[in-house]
Every structure is written in structure tokens, then in C-alpha cells.
Design a protein around this ligand. Structure first.
Ligand SMILES: Cc1cc2nc3c(=O)[nH]c(=O)nc-3n(C[C@H](O)[C@H](O)[C@H](O)COP(=O)(O)OP(=O)(O)OC[C@H]3O[C@@H](n4cnc5c(N)ncnc54)[C@H](O)[C@@H]3O)c2cc1C
Length: 410
């Protein structure tokens, strides 16, 4: 077991979990948390959901109150960027010239929004959606009757579109792929969400390429498409994906490949340095490959893995990856990773707004998207990890319970 000191760079979801697991696991040495945001560690999912709508109190965003960190003797260095890792000295350098010495280091720097490479992206009224500070800038502009253009129809873009519609804004979503959610789900789920948003009055434009933003006195006035069409806009949100914050590790000579490469214990190529959350490329043992996951579940799992490895405790069992997205009254729950599926089985009618899509590969269940269908989601998680081979006809028949299907799956 390390006797510390332990330093964590990045004060988000993975860091919050790592700290809790280290203390719960009996580590009573020094822990320093370095975060470039001013806020205490907080959860991001409500930022594009209830918090954006003003229906979620700010205090509920924080994992723990300030007093908890004091009680637990955690040194908080917030509003301060880590600028370099000196591996020979075992020291993290800070932007104010100071530093923090480590015996073990956890990099939990998350990811940053991909920049929109068009003219006018720096105009007043064009926003990213990643941090609490972003939402504080966006929310006062979310006024009924205003026009918002959302660039990118991924989960965050569509969640923001739903909130904006519910707040009475005039919403246009621009997506350059030929369907919404193209990067993350199957055509049947894309079609369902496109239909839902259109019925709510969102102007969804697929196959639409943004050429530039046009301003008026420095403030956003319109989004201009490549075909020359101009869409009037009072504000715009960019949701075109994220890039891992791996530069600190890379510059320190730690192996990186679209993320900081870690092993099953969240350990990097340097045995004293761990990486967790959106910034890490991890083995996805169940799927026989590696990958970078961008989810709360992944950040929590890796925070636990790093803490266990540092404490010399047994590695926690790999859980089924999962994610969720709230849009209007619909709760989408995603179990597993669907990439590479060769068969898809639909259970229930999308028109009923309660259904699930199951993804199979060579007959084995690898993932499921459950729309307002919690039992399907719960059972799918178990079946995925058991590499179950459910009977497709039974799966497609909502009169056969998920329990029965799981029991009969080889
Ligand atoms: C709007 C929104 C909605 C989301 N909704 C969902 C959802 O519904 N379900 C779900 O599962 N996931 C959701 N996610 C994703 C989820 O929030 C992330 O996967 C999770 O926060 C990743 O945790 P992390 O600790 O890796 O990174 P983060 O929580 O991003 O924390 C990293 C922190 O490190 C800081 N940092 C970076 N570089 C430095 C540096 N050099 N020095 C100091 N600090 C640094 C960053 O500023 C940040 O504060 C959502 C994300 C967003 C933005």
C-alpha cells in the first residue's frame, strides 16, 4: 500500500470517486486534489438536463460539501491548473509556480469540447456545454421565443434541444451525418428520437454542414450552412464531441493513444501514475478490445480501480458499461457497447414510447438501448456480462418476461 502523498489532477467525477475509495479503503495519508475549475467536484449530467432548465438546485450538483473535504483532510487546490508532471522528481507543477509532490499520481483530467472550426465560433452567444460555468453563461440567454441553434445531434445536443423546447425557445439542430445520434446508436433509435423531437417542434436538419456563424456587432446573428442558407440565431450551443485531456501525460512521456493508455488496474505506462475517466483509454475486457468511454459509470469504475491498485487491494470486478439520456419525458438507458453488432431485435413498439433494442453479435447479447423500459435495461446488463444468447423470438415478444428470457438464454 502507498503511504502517500497521493496527488489527483482534475477535480471531477473520477477524482471524487477515487478520493472516496481511498479513504474508505483505509488510506489516511496526504491527498491533494488539483482542479482548474473553481467549483468543488460536481456531477455534469444535470447540466444538459434538469439543472439547465432551472429544476435542480446548484447545491445538489456537488458530490460532497466543502466540510467533507476538510473532515477527510483532503487538500483542495482549486481554480489552479496543473501545467506539468515531473516524473523524475515525483512532482506536479502548477500554473502559479507552486507544485505538489506525489508518491502516486492519478490523472483525472476528463475531456474538453471539440472546437467548432468555423468563422464566427468566437462570437458572443456561441457556447460549449461542458462546465457549470458554461451553463451559468447559457442559462440567462435561454428566454422564451429566442432562437437557438444547436450544432451536433449527439446526446448532449439533443438533451439541450429538449430543454430549450420545454423553455419555449425556437430550436434548430444541425447534424452533418444523415441521422441523429449516428455515432452512438442504431438507425431505429435515431429515427425514434428524430420523430420525437420533430413532434415537439424542433427543426432537425440532418446532412447539414455549418459553414460559419454570422455576427452583428460582435454578437451572434445567424448560423450559415454550406448551401448558403442562413438560420437566424440568438444563441448557439456546440455539441460535436470531446477530446481527452491527455497532454500533461503525453508531455511527461506517459503512453497515450487518443487518451492515456491504462491497464486493467487503471495504471499507466508509469507504475506510479494512474489515469481514470474520460481521459483514459482502458481495456474493455468483456469486449476484448480497448477504448475510451465517456460516462459517469466509467469514471466511477476507474476511480475505484485506481484506488484499489494504489491500496494494494483486490481489483473490483468489471461491470457492464452503461449510460443514460433524459429527453422530454423519455428515459433512455444504454447497457453495454453496441459497436460491431450483426443483429438487432426490437422489443415493443417505438410508437408506444416504451421499447428496447437489443444488439447481438454471433447470437451473443452485447448491448441494449431501453427507452423508458427499466426491466429490459436491468436484465440486459446481467445478460451482457453473462455473454447470454437469448432467443430472438422471445426477446421480440413483450409477453415473455425478461426474467424468463434470461433463464432460458444459453
Ligand atoms: C452536459 C453533460 C451531460 C452529461 N450527461 C451524462 C449522462 O447523462 N450520463 C453519463 O453517464 N454521462 C454523462 N456525461 C459525461 C460525464 O459527465 C463524464 O463522462 C464524466 O464527468 C467524466 O468524469 P471525469 O472525472 O473523467 O472528467 P470530468 O468530470 O470532466 O472532470 C475533469 C476535471 O479535470 C479538470 N482539468 C483538466 N485538465 C486539468 C489540469 N491540467 N489541471 C487541473 N484540472 C484539470 C477539468 O476542468 C475538469 O474539472 C455528461 C457530460 C456533460 C458535459
Amino acid at each position: 500500500m502507498s503511504e502517500g502523498p497521493i496527488v489527483i489532477i482534475g477535480a471531477g467525477q473520477a477524482a471524487a470517486q477515487a478520493i472516496a475509495s481511498l479513504r474508505q479503503g483505509g488510506f489516511d495519508g496526504a491527498i491533494t486534489l488539483i482542479g482548474d475549475e473553481a467549483a468543488l467536484p460536481y456531477q455534469r449530467p444535470p447540466l444538459s438536463k434538469a439543472y439547465m432548465k432551472g429544476e435542480f438546485e446548484e447545491s445538489r450538483l456537488y458530490f460532497r460539501p466543502a466540510a467533507w473535504y476538510e473532515d477527510q483532510n483532503i487538500k483542495l487546490t482549486l481554480g489552479q491548473r496543473a501545467t506539468a508532471i515531473d516524473r523524475d522528481a515525483g512532482r506536479v507543477r502548477l500554473e502559479d509556480g507552486g507544485g505538489a509532490d506525489y508518491d502516486k499520481l492519478i490523472i483525472a483530467t476528463g475531456a474538453r469540447p471539440r472546437r467548432c472550426p468555423v468563422d464566427g465560433a468566437d462570437l458572443k452567444g456561441v457556447h460549449d456545454l461542458r462546465t457549470l460555468a458554461d451553463v451559468e453563461r447559457i442559462r440567462p440567454q435561454m428566454i422564451k421565443g429566442r432562437k437557438i441553434v444547436i450544432v451536433g445531434a449527439g446526446y448532449i445536443g439533443l438533451e439541450a434541444a429538449a430543454v430549450a423546447r420545454q423553455m419555449g425557445l425556437d430550436v434548430t439542430v444541425l447534424e452533418m451525418a444523415d441521422r441523429v445520434l449516428a455515432r452512438v446508436t442504431s438507425p431505429v433509435i435515431s429515427e425514434f428520437y428524430e420523430t420525437v423531437h420533430k413532434a415537439e417542434g424542433v427543426d432537425i436538419r440532418t446532412g447539414a454542414r455549418l459553414a460559419s456563424f454570422k455576427g452583428d456587432n460582435g454578437a451572434l446573428a445567424a448560423a450559415v450552412l454550406e448551401n448558403g442558407e442562413e438560420i437566424a440565431a440568438d444563441l448557439a450551443l456546440i455539441g460535436i464531441g470531446i477530446l481527452p485531456n491527455a497532454e500533461l501525460a503525453e508531455e511527461a512521456g506517459v503512453e497515450c493513444r487518443d487518451g492515456i493508455v491504462v491497464d486493467e488496474d487503471a495504471r499507466t505506462s508509469d507504475p506510479d501514475i494512474f489515469a481514470a475517466g474520460d481521459c483514459a483509454r482502458r481495456p474493455l475486457v468483456h469486449y476484448g478490445r480497448d477504448g475510451r468511454l465517456e460516462s459517469v459509470h466509467n469514471a466511477i469504475e476507474q476511480g475505484k480501480l485506481a484506488a484499489a491498485a494504489i491500496l494494494g487491494q483486490p481489483r473490483p470486478k468489471e461491470d457492464c458499461p452503461w449510460f443514460w439520456s433524459d429527453q422530454y419525458d423519455l428515459k433512455l438507458q444504454i447497457a453495454g457497447l453496441s459497436a460491431g453488432y450483426d443483429d438487432i431485435v426490437l422489443r415493443g413498439d417505438p410508437a408506444s414510447r416504451k421499447f428496447a433494442a437489443f444488439y447481438l453479435k454471433d447470437g451473443v447479447l452485447i448491448a441494449a438501448d431501453a427507452v423508458s423500459a427499466a426491466p429490459e435495461f436491468m436484465m440486459a446488463k446481467k445478460m451482457i456480462m453473462a455473454k447470454a444468447r437469448p432467443d430472438a423470438a422471445q426477446l421480440a415478444d413483450p409477453s415473455v418476461s425478461m426474467k424468463e428470457i434470461a433463464a432460458g438464454a444459453g
